[in-house]
Design a protein around this ligand. Sequence first.
Ligand code: KG4
Ligand code: ZN
Length: 344
Amino acid sequence: MTIVLGIETSCDETGVGLVRDGELLGEALASSMDEHVRFGGVVPEIAARAHVSALVPTVREAMRKAGVGPKDIGAVAVTAGPGLATALHVGVAAAKAYATAWDVPLYGVHHLAGHAAADALEHGPLPERSVILIVSGGHTSLLAVGDLARDEVVHLSDTIDDAAGEAFDKVARILGLPYPGGPSIDRAARDGDPDAIAFPRPLTGPRDPELGFSFSGLKTAVARWVERCESDGRPVPVPDVAASFQEAVADTLTAKALLACERQDVRELVIVGGVAANSRVRSLAEKRAADAGITLRIPPMRLCTDNGAMIAAVGDLLVRAHATPTPLTVTAHPTVPLTRAQLT
Ligand code: KG4
Ligand code: ZN
């Protein structure tokens, strides 16, 4: 069985994982998040420089934790896109160097396929057919997925504007909560009332596309509400705003995800990506899936946000599917949509 080393550098996390036959052997993660806090978002150049200095130590740490040496590694997988161009280039160049030095095949991997594959590390092989809701900082999509390593991924819907995670990050800024916004809002919402403010549920009207997503209007609704509060001289009830906003997002995401399962006649729903770490998204999805008799799979929180294990997991699926390795001419694809798990 081949041990695959996976490298992830699409945003601010330098992630490395080692996977063999669906089993995570070890992983390590370095993050430049603290360096971005004062800018309120990821600064690509800072992220890229941090990847350059963190990459080799993170690879070494993951290998040490897995108890493997260079001779044990049979393939290298790397996020080739989408993501920040400067950040992606660091991982792609490093992966080529390792693959060349160790004389093993290289697999370019789509970052979002990684989010989906992460769940297989926890819950075993992905179902033959499933609906996957990907909710991250840059993407919000409902996908019909078969064999992730072999089949094309069908997009049932993609957000028409902001991604769910982006909305969390922007609303956190409006509320003066620190970056990254998702965890800050999740925390603030614990002390708030989710029914305090009736924020809109985007694209849920009778004339709207039933699986469509849009989060820009919801973010604006929160901004207007906060502005009105401030102009009236009232203190902003941050926990209530956070809880009510979070409820609107969780309600919309989970309702549409379950509807997609019904429309696709699929009994398995997988929710992945950074926003799948949200406590309310998790609890509401669990309740609604149970009510609908749908089997729900959500990776543990540490595998929801970006990491290297998920990229190794895709590499492992590709190796086992006997996919042709990616040529060493592969480069970064900052905006590539997810149609296949492998990128060349
Ligand atoms: O998947 P991810 O780590 O990176 C991308 O591929 O984008 O997702 C990052 C996003 C950020 O927008 C972050 O605010 C959000 O996931 N996020 C959360 C939570 N943890 C991370 N959103 C809501 N609740 C959370 N607990
Ligand atoms: Zn991600």
